[in-house]
Design a protein around this ligand. Structure first.
Ligand SMILES: Nc1ncnc2c1ncn2[C@@H]1O[C@H](COP(=O)(O)OP(=O)(O)O)[C@@H](O)[C@H]1O
Ligand SMILES: O=P(O)(O)OC[C@H]1O[C@](O)(COP(=O)(O)O)[C@@H](O)[C@@H]1O
Ligand SMILES: [Mg+2]
Length: 335
C-alpha cells in the first residue's frame, strides 16, 4: 500500500489532532504517503485533499478541535454521495481511509467499504464515549475533566448562596460522560437517559442533604434525559433543554433557590489531557498498522489497556453497556 487518507468527522473531540499526528507520522515511518481530507465526508466528496508530511502535524498534539476540520455531511448518507466519494479517493490513488469520529462516522465508513470496496479503519473519538469495543473514546477524558472543573467552580457559588444547581452535560443519547463526571465531581444526583429517575426521590435527597447540613446541591443532568417518559431531543439552535424543567420542578417542590447551568460546547474544546493524547497516539498508530496489514471495515480500540481490532459493525451496533454498578456507587457516595 502506497497511499492512505485520514479524516475527522462528526462532533469534534479533544485529541483528534493528536490522532491525526500519530496516523501521519506512523505512516511516514512505514514508508506510506498520507493525504488529509478537510471537512470530513464533505471533503471526500469534493476532493478537498491536502498532502500531509511530518511537519504538517507539528505543534498540534496539544491543541483541541481538529485542524482538518469536521462536518456533518448529509450527501454522504446517500449511495450516490458515497460513490462520488469513492471516485475521488480512487482518482487520488488512495488505497485506505482512516476515519476518526463517532458512531455516525463509522456507519458511513462501513457503508463506503461495503458498497465501493475502499478499505476503511475507524478510530473512536467522541466525548460521549458511546462506542462499543473500546473502553474509552478519544476526547472523553478531557471532557470529563472540563465538567469536573465546572462543577467545582459552580459548587463555590452554590455554597455561598445556599442554592441547588442543575448542571447540564452533553450527551444527546448517552450518559457515560455525565455518570463519570458526576461521580468524580461529587454531584448529589446524576440523571442520565439510560436510567429512569424519580423526581420525588431527587427532591427528597436534596431536602435530606440540607437537613443534614449540606448548604448546596449539584444535580448533574445529561442533555438527553427524559421527563415523565417523554422522548426528548435537545435542539441546540434554540437552546431547549430539559434541565430548565428539572430546575423548575426542584424549585417548586423543595422551595430551594435553584439555578440552571448549561455547560454546552465548552465541553468539546480545550487542550487534550495526557490520557487523551496517549490514547489518540496509540490508536492512530494502530489504525495505520491495521490498514497496512490488510484489515478493512474494522475499528481500533483500547480494552484493558491493550489495543484491539474489532469489526466496525460490532462497534456501532454493540450497544455499549451502561455501568449500572457505577451508577449505584455514585448514589451511595453522594449521601
Ligand atoms: N447512517 C449513515 N449513513 C451514512 N453516513 C452516515 C450515517 N450516519 C452518519 N453518517 C455520516 O457521518 C457524519 C457524522 O455523523 P454524526 O452522527 O454526526 O457524528 P459522530 O460520528 O460523531 O457520531 C454524518 O454527517 C454523515 O456524513
Ligand atoms: O455540536 P452539535 O451539532 O450541536 O452536537 C451536539 C452533540 O455532539 C456531541 O457533543 C457529540 O456527539 P457525536 O460524537 O455523536 O457527534 C453530543 O454530546 C452532543 O449532543
Ligand atoms: Mg455519535
Amino acid at each position: 500500500m502506497k497511499k492512505i487518507a485520514v479524516l475527522t468527522s462528526g462532533g469534534d473531540a479533544p485529541g483528534m489532532n493528536a490522532a491525526v499526528r500519530a496516523v501521519v507520522r506512523k505512516a511516514i515511518y512505514d514508508g506510506v504517503e498520507v493525504i488529509g481530507v478537510n471537512r470530513g465526508y464533505a471533503g471526500v466528496i469534493d476532493g478537498d485533499f491536502v498532502k500531509l508530511d511530518k511537519s504538517s502535524v507539528s505543534d498540534i498534539i496539544q491543541r483541541g478541535g481538529t485542524f482538518l476540520r469536521s462536518a456533518r455531511c448529509d450527501e454522504f448518507r446517500t449511495k450516490e454521495g458515497r460513490q462520488k466519494a469513492a471516485e475521488q479517493l480512487r482518482k487520488e490513488g488512495v488505497e485506505g481511509l482512516i476515519v476518526i469520529g463517532g458512531d455516525g462516522s463509522f456507519t458511513g465508513a462501513m457503508l463506503l467499504n461495503e458498497e465501493t470496496g475502499i478499505r476503511t479503519i475507524g478510530v473512536p473519538a467522541t466525548i460521549d464515549n458511546d462506542i462499543a469495543c473500546t473502553d474509552d473514546a478519544i476526547g472523553y477524558d478531557t471532557a470529563m475533566n472540563t465538567i469536573i472543573d465546572a462543577i467545582s467552580k459552580i459548587r463555590d457559588t452554590a455554597s455561598s448562596h445556599e442554592r441547588a444547581f442543575v448542571i447540564e452535560a452533553m450527551g444527546r443519547h448517552a450518559g457515560f460522560l455525565t455518570l463519570a463526571a458526576g461521580l468524580a465531581g461529587g454531584a448529589e444526583s446524576i440523571l442520565v437517559p439510560e436510567m429512569k429517575f424519580d423526581m420525588d426521590k431527587v427532591c427528597e435527597n436534596i431536602q435530606a442533604g440540607y437537613e443534614e447540613g449540606k448548604i448546596h446541591s449539584i444535580i448533574l443532568v445529561a442533555e438527553g434525559v427524559e421527563m415523565d417518559g417523554q422522548e426528548f431531543t435537545t435542539n441546540r439552535d434554540v437552546n431547549e433543554s430539559n434541565a430548565f424543567l428539572i430546575g423548575k420542578e426542584i424549585n417548586e417542590r423543595t422551595g430551594f433557590e435553584t439555578r440552571v447551568s448549561i455547560l454546552g460546547h465548552i465541553q468539546r474544546g480545550g487542550s487534550p489531557t495526557g490520557r487523551d493524547r496517549l490514547l489518540a497516539s496509540r490508536l492512530g498508530a494502530a489504525a495505520v498498522n491495521a490498514v497496512l496489514s490488510g484489515e478493512t471495515n474494522k475499528m481500533v480500540g483500547l480494552i484493558h489497556n491493550k489495543v484491539e481490532v474489532a469489526e466496525i459493525r460490532d462497534a456501532i451496533e454493540g450497544n455499549k453497556e451502561f455501568d449500572e454498578e457505577l451508577y449505584e456507587l455514585a448514589n451511595i457516595l453522594s449521601i
